[in-house]
Design a protein around this ligand. Structure first.
Ligand code: NAP
Length: 302
């Protein structure tokens, strides 16, 4: 299904351009593109057969019935207020932002002029400067806002072969933090592993390709057997001696990483317990090993 409503894209970055291209491919009409720099607006407009691009979001919004504000989070409220105050929003317009952390209430200025507001968050990662339609299609999306705008959002999600999940604005900070753990911290953990391999003389450019198949295999296991059964390795097996050797070597070569290794080890022991691969005594031993005070760390006064 496609929407005949003319759409304005405000903020022609990774998400704005990806939505524009994906929806254009599905028969939606992108009526105008505005961005801070003309080059970004022109680039996006050229991809979606849109003759109208500008650095002025008001004139672009005026010509549309649906306004996508795809600027960085900190600019959304101000851009919406500016467009509204300058007459870019008319009664019945649908105004959408894509932030995972913010509620639709930051678009209140548009609502006061009779607009319907929506926070539509794709649970996906869009690298800067890229158009990632393949990432967008088939994703999960959370939606929150006015019923009239929700109906439009659900149609967009359906056309993108996605799954729509409703969310309340109050829970969005925790929701967004959880997604940061799944996405951003995965990158951080990968970086940590690469640095550990570098510390024993493996070149950085070799380290990532060495562990990428392991990461992909683990993601595949998560898809196949889910949580907690995807957990493998020494903690899952309750192999105390191996883990003591890990801690001894990390303390010697990479002491700054000891705390994070122990904290994650302690959390991993809980996953292993849930999986049922540790008996109670071995679980307690592992928890003691991972919470034991580092000898080098001064004891804190109670
Ligand atoms: N990236 C992700 O993985 C991801 C995932 C889910 C949701 N989101 C959300 O999507 C939204 C956009 O993020 P993004 O990653 O696409 O950011 P981005 O790549 O940095 O793009 C933002 C664009 O907004 C434009 N812009 C900045 N200030 C502006 C203003 N005052 N008026 C008009 N245009 C302005 C910039 O334009 P110029 O290029 O012209 O300077 C830039 O191209 C954010 O709400 C973000 O939280 C992002």
């Amino acid at each position: 299904m496609q929407s005949g409503l003319p759409i304005a894209i405000i903020g022609a970055g990774a998400v704005g351009t990806t939505f524009a291209v994906a929806l254009h491919q599905r028969g939606y009409r992108i009526a105008g593109v505005a961005s801070r720099t003309p080059a970004s607006a022109e680039r996006c407009a050229s991809m979606v057969e849109c003759p109208h691009y500008s650095v002025d979001p008001v004139e672009v919004a005026r010509a549309a019935d649906v306004i996508f504000i795809a600027t960085p989070d900190e600019a959304i409220q101000e851009v919406c207020r500016h467009i509204t105050e300058e007459g870019g929003i008319k009664r019945g317009d649908i105004v959408v932002h894509f932030s995972g952390a913010l509620g639709s209430n930051i678009l209140d200025s548009a609502k006061q002029k009779g607009g319907y507001v929506l926070a539509l968050h794709p649970i996906q990662s869009f690298p800067k400067g890229e158009v990632s339609v393949g990432n967008l299609v088939g994703s999960y999306f959370t939606l929150e806002g006015d019923p009239e705008a929700l109906r439009f959002g659900e149609r967009v999600v359906g056309d993108l072969e996605g799954t729509a999940v409703s969310i309340s604005s109050e829970t969005k900070p925790i929701y967004h933090a959880a997604l940061c753990v799944a996405c951003n911290y995965l990158v951080t953990l990968t970086d940590l592993a690469v640095k550990m391999l570098e510390a024993i003389g493996i070149k950085r450019q070799d380290a990532l390709p060495m562990i990428l198949p392991l990461i992909k295999g683990t993601v595949h296991n998560l898809q196949r057997v889910s949580l907690p059964d995807a957990l493998t390795g020494p903690i899952s097996r309750g192999d105390l001696r191996t883990l003591e050797r890990h801690l001894g070597a990390i303390e010697k070569i990479l002491p700054d990483y000891l705390d994070v290794y122990k904290k994650l080890g302690s959390l991993t022991a809980e996953v292993a317990k849930e999986k049922g691969s540790l008996d109670h005594d071995r679980y307690e031993e592992l928890k003691r090993l991972f919470t034991k005070q580092d000898d080098r760390t001064p004891q804190q006064n109670p």
